[in-house]
Design a protein around this ligand. Structure first.
Ligand SMILES: [Cu+2]
Length: 119
């Protein structure tokens, strides 16, 4: 009796392994989809101002600055550690937020244009 039971267990074990092997390729993409997708924030540059002027973000979030004016602007960190570069009218630039970005920023062409990234 015992050897039979062992054999049956072995068969069940192999079947479980075979089923796992068959399902695994389909479960991996599901786990990949469970990764949190980064939040995308939009900052409009319009009428010589950043909107919103104060944006709450988390590291890993993405920020897209869109220049809706008819003159070029930039979004440049106060300490110049990051920046969008020159954004012509209707141009946009996207930057992924890092820990060092929680500070003020401004426009290189119009230093009175100021805004802040906060956590
Ligand atoms: Cu500007």
């Amino acid at each position: 009796m015992r050897p039979m039971k062992m054999q049956r267990r072995e068969v069940v074990g192999w079947m479980a392994a075979a089923i796992a092997a068959a399902i695994l390729p389909f479960t991996i993409p599901v786990f990949a989809q469970m990764q949190p997708t980064p939040t995308v924030h939009i900052v409009d540059i319009q009428d010589f101002a950043f909107a919103p002027k104060m944006l709450k973000v988390e590291p890993g979030d993405r920020i897209t600055w869109i220049n809706k004016d008819i003159v070029p602007h930039t979004a440049t960190a106060n300490d110049k550690s990051w920046g969008t570069g020159n954004l012509k009218p209707n141009q946009s630039s996207t930057i992924t937020v890092t820990k060092g970005m929680f500070d003020g920023y401004f426009c290189r062409f119009h230093p009175s244009m100021k805004a802040t990234l906060a956590q």
